[in-house]
Design a protein around this ligand. Structure first.
Ligand code: KG4
Ligand code: ZN
Length: 360
């Protein structure tokens, strides 16, 4: 084990992400320069099952993480000795994968005598806009991924106030389940978006969940059920039918997200005043229709709209390295005794959403 060394103002950090079905490693510096960003997606391993199989994911992370880290270092043109710290997703997520990433990061930190940071995956998504666009605190964040759908006031590093969450499915889950109903592969979000481009959103009427209701919570399970009914009423849907339903679904989701964000903007402005940014993050933020709808809302509300590039919206390790850098600069470190957390809410004190089955 090496001596602990001084960390300068521009640390070089290795990020590791293994919480779901992407095995990723990245090297990022304190100026936000991404020296390497390697993402190995396990989609092919999980596709036959129509979703992520935790045991397969854990095994695949074990097989792929080492070569992925080696490739990231090679692309960055550095060896382990150049690293100032190592940051790995410590949760929330599928525990097998989180364990693989955590153990690997701890081993590197121990062997090199450098700090280890256990990063909250949601915090990594939440801070990505600071890596890409240097967005100052506070800002309003819409976090939309496969496992989460939350509106969060990001007030500072480690200061997250949840304004709303989903009472049933996460929005990415709704995309994936709806895509499955429409006969598409996994993950369905990108495929559904592609089909919707050729569709007429006006042909089928779908509910716009929660629109007009007070508060900032979300719900998507009713929308999914409505799609199921439309599909079974059609019997053998044609390609055009599917495109039209996909477009109607996407419009309904956009209307719902915009409506909930509008309420959240009001709450956020009462807390922090005007002139702040609306930031969108998480895999679903890759959807162009949703980005356009949210950008329009931000414009009308006098807010800047920030959406990271698509490759930094879906799971990646650059965001994990960056969250590590922010925490490192704040003087934070995690002990090597850190225990991975399958659940790890950003705002543990947040009131529960009205309804059952709330996700953290
Ligand atoms: O953030 P992410 O990569 O992983 C999680 O932390 O969950 O998000 C993955 C989710 C999946 O549900 C996927 O279908 C969805 O993001 N997604 C999309 C698009 N690209 C990815 N949903 C809608 N439109 C897209 N273009
Ligand atoms: Zn994610």
């Amino acid at each position: 084990m090496e001596e602990q060394r001084e960390i300068g103002g521009n640390p070089l950090v290795l990020g590791i992400e293994t919480s779901c079905d992407e095995t990723a490693a990245a090297v990022v510096d304190g100026d936000g320069r991404i020296h390497a960003n390697v993402v190995f997606t396990q989609i092919e391993d999980h596709a036959p099952f129509g979703g992520v199989v935790p045991e397969i994911a854990a095994r695949a992370h074990l097989d792929h993480l080492r070569p992925v880290i080696e490739r990231a270092l090679e692309e960055a043109g550095i060896g382990f000795e150049a690293l100032d710290a190592v940051a790995a997703t410590g949760g929330p997520g599928l525990i097998g994968g989180v364990l693989v990433g955590t153990m690997t990061a701890k081993a590197i930190a121990m062997a090199r005598g450098i700090p280890y940071l256990a990063v909250n995956h949601l915090e990594a998504h939440a801070l990505t806009a600071r890596l890409t666009d240097h967005v100052p605190f506070p800002y309003l964040l819409l976090l939309v991924s496969g496992g989460h759908c939350q509106l969060i006031a990001v007030e500072g590093l480690g200061k997250y106030r949840r304004l709303g969450t989903t009472i049933d499915d996460a929005v990415g889950e709704a995309f994936d389940k709806t895509a499955k109903l429409l006969g598409m592969g996994y993950p369905g979000g990108p495929e559904l978006e592609k089909a919707a481009e050729k569709g007429n959103p006006e042909r089928f009427e779908l509910p716009r969940p929660m629109v007009g209701k007070p508060g900032c919570d979300f719900s998507f399970s009713g929308l999914k059920t409505a799609v199921r009914q439309k599909v079974s009423a059609l019997g053998e849907p044609t390609e055009q039918d599917i495109a039209d339903i996909a477009a109607a679904f996407q419009h309904a989701v956009a209307a719902s997200l915009v409506n909930r964000c509008r309420n959240a903007i009001q709450v956020f402005s009462e807390m922090h005043g005007a002139g702040h940014a609306l930031v969108v993050a998480g895999g679903v933020a890759a959807n162009k229709h949703l980005r356009a709808a949210l950008s329009d809302l931000a414009g009308k509300s006098g807010m800047d709209f920030v959406a990271p590039p698509i490759g930094l919206c879906t799971d990646n390790a650059a965001m994990v390295a960056w969250a590590g850098i922010e925490r490192l600069r704040a003087g934070e470190r995690d002990p090597l005794s850190f225990a991975p957390r399958p659940r790890w809410p950003l705002d543990p004190g947040a009131p529960k959403a009205v309804g059952a089955g709330v996700k953290a």
